[in-house]
Write a protein that binds this ligand. Structure first.
Ligand code: KIV
Length: 263
């Protein structure tokens, strides 16, 4: 039985200069494949609101949905660190409620850590969760739950003042005890500066090559969504086309009597 990654080994890998790999997964079958591929961590992202549930953004992912999908992923994970993404308003309404919600990811769903997006109380919330035994991954830069305030899916930290704010936020999360921080949609040189300034790993998405690791949304990597191709993602497969062609072949074989064979 392979040993499951934990947050201490995640840090040690980073200290050895090994790049960290993180991928999202949202169900059992995908978790089996992603885990077997040898990623360091699997994130059950609230991006499931878009990728799995067809919504326009991540804001309406609920705790029930996140727990449901995290449980399914946990069944398929043997070796990756499993991180559950705290949905919009599940960590902003008071420390006790936040602890209940974060605790559910670990106690009920089988995750080893949670991720939460930057907001002004993120350091306080992070240190409270960490003190209570819940490892926390931070998230700065473009934070999708703030899409309405940020006016769309735009790169952050382009001006000197906002770049310096991002650095301060990442440092505050490190001081609060976060075990890693996601840097989303920020210029490569700012990501490099933040990475050089922190001891904890930085995990980039649309933040260039200088982060300690990378995270990708599985559906983007597999080409599963025909009309959604973010610039920062690499589609290694065109799975939407492959699925469509496979099912087309099945439809045709049933209609022409080629499948199933007589027995
Ligand atoms: O929800 C998600 O998938 C994420 C990643 C993009 C980091 O937050």
């Amino acid at each position: 039985m392979p040993k499951q990654m934990n947050v201490l080994e995640f840090q040690q890998k980073c200290d050895r200069g090994e790049k960290l790999t993180v991928v999202t997964a949202y169900d059992y079958s995908m978790a089996l494949a992603v885990d077997a591929a040898g990623v360091d961590a699997i994130l059950v992202g609230d991006s499931l609101s878009m990728t799995m549930l067809g919504r326009p953004n991540t804001l309406s992912a609920s705790m029930d949905e996140m727990i449901h999908h995290t449980k399914a992923v946990a069944k398929g994970v043997k070796q990756a660190l499993l991180i559950g993404d705290m949905p919009f308003l599940s960590y902003q309404l008071g420390l006790e409620e936040t602890l209940d919600n974060a605790g559910a990811f670990l106690a009920e769903a089988g995750a080893q850590a949670v991720k939460l997006e930057w907001f002004p109380n993120a350091p306080e919330v992070t240190s409270f969760l960490v003190e209570n035994g819940i490892p926390v991954m931070g998230h700065v830069g473009f934070t999708p739950q703030h899409v309405n305030q940020m006016g769309g899916y735009h790169q952050q930290g382009k001006e000197k003042a906002s770049a310096s704010r991002l650095l301060q936020q990442a440092k505050a999360l490190e001081r609060a005890g976060a075990f890693a921080v996601v840097l989303e949609l920020i210029p490569s040189d700012i990501a490099r500066k933040i990475t050089q300034s922190l001891k904890i790993p930085t995990i980039g998405i649309g933040a260039g090559p200088h982060c300690d690791g990378q995270v990708q949304v599985l559906h983007d990597m597999l080409g599963l969504l025909p009309d959604f191709h973010p610039k920062h993602a690499k589609a290694y497969l065109q799975l939407h086309e492959a699925i469509k062609n496979t099912v087309r072949q099945y439809v045709s074989e049933v209609r022409t009597g080629k499948f199933p064979p007589a027995h």
